[in-house]
Design a protein around this ligand. Structure first.
Ligand code: C2E
Ligand code: CA
Ligand code: CA
Length: 762
C-alpha cells in the first residue's frame, strides 16, 4: 500500500521533472536561437552601417577633392600635391591607394596638354622623359589624369594612360552625362580595388540637362580604395562571419568579399539604399534542441536532477517504512531467538513451557489426552567427547530433523539443552497411546546418522520418559517426564518408561544418596571387590580387577552404577579414585608378599587422567605400597583417552615409564579408530560386555568381536573379553582366539576373604 503510494509519487516527480526539463531546455533553445538571430541581425546592421559610413566617407573625399578642382580649374599636379598634403588625406583615409582628377583632352589640345604634363607630370613618363599615350593611337579625345597621387608604395599610373580607352571608359562618359558617380572594380584578384568616381562640373553641382552637364563638365575625380581594409574594419575580427559588399546600382556589378563563410551559414542582406548591398554570412544557433549544446546540457542536467530528486524523495519517503519494517523484522528475529534454540531452531524451554501450559489448558477444557515425552540420548556425551563439539552439534541437528519428521503437525518438539528433547503430543495423535509414539521415535533414531564431521555413521539410542495428563504447572509435567526418563536410563537405556508417582520417591532417594555420598569417603564406607580374570583356554587365574562398592549405613551395599555418575558430576571421583588406587596397590602388594604374583587392574576415571598429578599419584601408590608396578594395570576408557589426545599421550608415556600397564576398558563402545589407538602406548584391550553377551546368539556381535580381536592383534595387544557368562560364549571367544576372559562364568567380584580362599586353592 505504502510502496504503491511512493511509486506513484516517484512516477509523478519523474514525469514533471522530465517534462519540465524538456520544456526548459526548449525554451533555452528558442531563446538562444532568438538571441543568436538578434545578435546576428545586430552584427549585420553594424557591418552595413560601417560600410555605409565608409562609402559616404569615400564620397565625401571625392566631393572635397571635386570642390578643390572646381575652385581651381587650372590646378596643376603640384597644386594638387600641396592640397593633398595640407588636407592629410592619405593619413585620414587608410584604405585610399590613389586619387586623381581625369580630364577630357580633345585631340586638338593634346600638344598643349603634353607640354604641361612633361613639365609637371601626373604619372610616370615613358622612356627618355616622353609622354606616351596608352594605349597608343590617334583618337578624337583622350582622358588623361590632370592630377594624380598614389599612396607611397602603390603603383603609379602612367601619365599618358587614356582612361576613356580603358575598360573604365564607357562608365566615365556615362557618368559625365548622367552626373552620377560610379563605383567601379579595378584590377582583380587580391589587388582588386574599388574606384569611386564622380563627375565634376564648373557649376559645382550636376546641371539638370545632359546638354548643360556636357557644357559645364570639368572632369572626373576618382579615388581608388582597397575595399579589403574597409571590409575588415567592418568585420572587426568577428569570427565565423563573412561579408559581401556589392554595388548593384550599375553594371558591371562590383562585389567585394571578406571573411570565411562558415559551413551551414545563414545569409542576411541589407540594402544600403545607395546602390550598395551588404550580404552578411553567419552561423545562427538553431532552435532545435539537439543542435543547442546549452539546451542539451540543461535537458540532461534536468533529467539527472529529476532522477536524484526522485531517488532522494523515495528513499526519504520509504526509509521510515523500511526502518519500521526492519524493526518489525528484528523484533521478530529477537523474539524467535528468545524462544528458539539457536542450533536446531526448535522451540526452547521457555516456549515449550508455554506450549505445555496451552496444551494443559486445552486438556482441562476439552478433556483430551495430553502427554510430554522427555528424550535424552544415551551415548551423546561420548560422541561429544571423542569426536568433538562440531560432530555433537551435527548429530543434534540430525536428531532434531528426524524427530520433527516423525511427529504430527499438532505435536511439538523442542530442545531443552544438551541432548535433551521434549515432545508434546495431544488428542488424536495420542490415540494409539504415548508409548506407541515413543516407540516410533526410538525407531526413527535406529538407523545411524551420517554427519560431515564423522567418517563413520554414528549410532545413537535414546531413553524416553513419558508423563501423561494434566498437572497444576507446566514444570511439573516436564519434571515427571524427566524422572521417567531417568528410570528408562537405569532400566538399561534405549527404551521408554511411563511416569508413575512412586518414581518420585526414588528420585528423592537418589537425591539423599548424593548427599550421603559426600561423606562416604571420610567415613570409610567404600570398599573393593576383586573379580578374577582367567586364561580362556585353561581357565587358570591370571589377575584381578578391583571394583568399587559403597557400604551405605542404611541401604546396604550400593553398586557403582548407582553412585559413580554422582561422584563424576561432583568431582569426588578424583579423591575416591585415588583411594581405590592406593587400596588396590596395598592389597596387591599384600598378596604378592604371600607369594602370589598376579596383576591387579584399577579403573581410572577420565577426570583422574585429565591431570599430570595422576602420574605422581600412581608413582606414590606403587612406591608407598611397595607393589610391583609391572603387576599394576590401569583401565582407561576410550572416552577419557580421546578427550585431549595431545595432552594424554605424553601422560600415558610417563605412566608407562613407571612400569605400569595400560588397558582400554569397555573397548568397542567408543569411536576410536585404529589410527588413534596407535598413538597410545596401550597393552590390553578389554572387549565390552555388550559384545560378548551376544557373541553366541547374533552374527553381528560375533562379527564385531572378530573385528575387535583382529584390531587388537594388529596392534600387538592382549585382549580380555568382559562379562563371559556362558560356556558357549567362552568357546566362541576361543575360536576367535581371544586369550583371556572375565565374567560370572569364572567368578563374581570377590571380597578379600573370598579372594584369599581362592588363592589358597590354587
Ligand atoms: P567395568 O569396568 O566394565 O567393570 C566390570 C563390570 O562388569 C563390573 O560391574 C562387574 O561386576 C561386571 N561384570 C563382570 N562380569 C560380569 C558378567 O559376567 N555379567 C555381568 N552382567 N556383569 C559382569 P560393577 O562392579 O557394577 O562396575 C560397574 C562399572 O563401574 C565398572 O564397569 C566401572 O566402569 C565402574 N567402576 C567400578 N569400580 C570403579 C572404580 O574404582 N573406579 C571407577 N572409576 N569406576 C569404577
Ligand atoms: Ca573395568
Ligand atoms: Ca569394562
Amino acid at each position: 500500500m505504502r510502496a504503491r503510494l511512493w511509486l506513484t509519487v516517484a512516477v509523478v516527480i519523474v514525469l514533471v521533472g522530465a517534462l519540465g526539463s524538456i520544456w526548459a531546455s526548449s525554451v533555452v533553445a528558442r531563446n538562444d536561437a532568438q538571441t543568436s538571430r538578434q545578435n546576428f541581425r545586430a552584427t549585420v546592421l553594424e557591418i552595413a552601417s560601417t560600410l555605409k559610413l565608409a562609402i559616404q566617407h569615400e564620397q565625401d573625399l571625392v566631393v572635397n577633392a571635386g570642390a578643390f578642382f572646381v575652385q581651381s580649374p587650372r590646378a596643376t599636379q603640384t597644386d594638387f600635391r600641396r592640397w593633398m598634403a595640407a588636407s592629410e588625406t592619405f593619413e585620414r583615409y587608410p584604405e585610399l591607394t590613389g586619387i586623381a582628377e581625369v580630364v577630357v583632352v580633345p585631340a586638338a589640345q593634346l600638344a598643349a596638354f603634353e607640354a604641361r604634363a612633361l613639365a609637371d607630370p601626373a604619372g610616370t613618363l615613358g622612356p627618355n622623359h616622353t609622354f606616351q599615350i596608352t594605349p597608343p593611337g590617334t583618337r578624337p579625345y583622350y582622358c588623361f589624369a590632370n592630377a594624380a597621387l598614389a599612396r607611397v608604395g602603390q603603383s603609379v599610373t602612367p601619365a599618358g594612360f587614356d582612361y576613356c580607352a580603358s575598360a573604365l571608359g564607357p562608365q566615365f562618359l556615362k557618368g559625365r552625362d548622367s552626373g552620377e558617380g560610379a563605383y567601379l572594380p579595378y584590377g582583380n584578384g587580391t589587388s582588386k580595388q574599388l574606384v569611386v568616381g564622380t563627375p565634376i562640373y564648373s557649376t559645382g553641382y550636376a546641371p539638370k540637362t545632359v546638354q548643360a552637364r556636357r557644357a559645364t563638365f570639368i572632369g572626373w575625380v576618382g579615388t581608388q580604395v582597397t575595399p579589403g581594409s574597409l571590409l575588415s574594419t567592418a568585420l572587426a575580427h568577428r569570427a565565423n562571419t563573412a561579408v559581401t559588399f556589392e554595388y548593384i546600382g550599375s553594371s558591371p556589378r562590383v562585389s567585394f568579399s571578406a571573411g570565411v563563410r562558415p559551413p551551414g551559414a545563414q545569409v542576411m542582406t541589407v540594402d544600403l539604399h545607395n546602390g550598395w548591398r551588404v550580404r552578411t554570412y553567419g552561423v545562427l544557433v538553431s532552435d532545435s534542441l539537439g543542435a543547442n549544446t546549452n539546451a542539451l546540457a540543461l535537458l540532461l542536467g534536468g533529467l539527472l536532477f529529476t532522477f536524484l530528486l526522485t531517488s532522494l524523495i523515495v528513499v526519504l519517503g520509504t526509509s521510515r517504512s523500511r526502518a519500521l519494517a526492519m524493526v518489525h523484522e528484528r523484533t521478530d528475529q529477537l523474539q524467535h531467538q528468545a524462544l528458539h534454540d539457536a542450533l536446531t531452531g526448535l522451540p526452547n524451554r521457555v516456549l515449550i513451557l508455554d506450549r505445555v501450559e496451552q496444551m494443559m489448558a486445552r486438556a482441562r477444557r476439552d478433556h483430551v489426552a495430553v502427554a510430554a515425552l522427555f528424550l535424552d540420548l544415551d551415548n551423546f556425551k561420548d560422541i561429544n567427547d571423542t569426536l568433538g563439539h562440531v560432530a555433537g552439534d551435527q548429530l543434534l541437528v540430525g536428531v532434531s530433523v528426524r524427530l520433527s519428521n516423525v511427529l504430527r503437525q499438532t505435536d511439538t518438539v523442542g530442545r531443552l539443552g544438551g541432548d535433551e528433547f521434549v515432545i508434546l503430543s495431544e488428542g488424536a495423535s495420542l490415540a494409539p497411546g504415548a508409548e506407541a509414539l515413543a516407540d516410533r521415535i526410538l525407531d526413527v533414531l535406529r538407523s545411524p546418522f551420517e554427519i560431515p564431521a564423522s567418517e563413520i555413521p554414528l549410532s545413537v539410542t535414546a531413553s524416553i520418559g513419558i508423563a501423561e495428563g494434566v498437572r497444576s504447572k507446566a514444570e511439573e509435567l516436564l519434571r515427571d517426564a524427566d524422572i521417567a526418563m531417568y528410570r528408562a536410563k537405569s532400566a538399561g537405556k534405549h527404551c521408554a518408561v511411563v511416569f508413575a508417582p512412586s518414581m518420585q520417591t526414588a528420585v528423592d532417594e537418589h537425591r539423599s544418596l548424593a548427599v550421603d555420598l559426600s561423606t562416604a569417603l571420610e567415613q570409610n564406607q567404600f570398599f573393593l571387590l576383586y573379580q578374577p580374570t582367567v586364561n580362556l583356554a585353561t581357565g587358570s587365574f591370571t589377575g584381578v580387577e578391583a571394583l568399587l562398592r559403597w557400604q551405605h549405613p542404611l541401604r546396604g551395599v550400593v553398586m557403582p552404577d548407582d553412585f559413580i555418575p554422582a561422584l563424576e558430576s561432583n568431582g569426588l571421583i578424583v579423591p575416591v579414585g585415588l583411594w581405590v588406587l592406593n587400596q588396590a596397590c596395598r592389597q596387591g602388594a599384600a598378596w604378592h608378599a604371600t607369594g602370589h604374583s598376579f596383576s591387579v587392574s584399577v579403573n581410572v576415571s577420565a577426570q583422574q587422567l585429565a591431570h599430570d598429578k595422576f602420574v605422581d599419584d600412581v608413582r606414590r601408590a606403587v612406591t608407598e605400597s611397595g607393589f610391583d608396578p609391572d603387576l599394576l594395570v590401569l583401565e582407561l576408557t576410550e572416552t577419557s583417552l580421546m578427550s585431549d589426545v595431545a595432552a594424554i599421550v605424553p601422560r600415558l608415556q610417563a605412566l608407562k615409564s613407571l612400569g605400569v600397564h595400560l588397558a582400554v576398558d569397555d573397548f568397542g563402545t567408543g569411536y576410536s579408530s585404529l589410527a588413534y589407538l596407535r598413538q597410545f602406548p596401550i597393552d590390553v584391550l578389554k572387549i565390552d560386555r555388550s559384545f560378548v553377551s551376544g557373541i553366541a546368539d547374533t552374527k553381528e556381535s560375533a562379527a564385531l568381536v572378530h573385528t575387535l580381536v583382529q584390531l587388537g592383534k594388529a596392534l600387538g595387544l592382549e585382549t580380555i573379553a568382559e562379562g563371559v557368562e556362558s560356556s558357549e560364549q567362552r568357546s566362541q571367544l576361543l575360536s576367535e582366539e581371544v586369550e583371556m576372559g572375565q565374567g560370572f562364568l569364572f567368578a563374581r567380584p570377590l571380597d578379600v576373604e573370598a579372594m584369599d580362599e581362592l588363592l589358597r586353592e590354587l
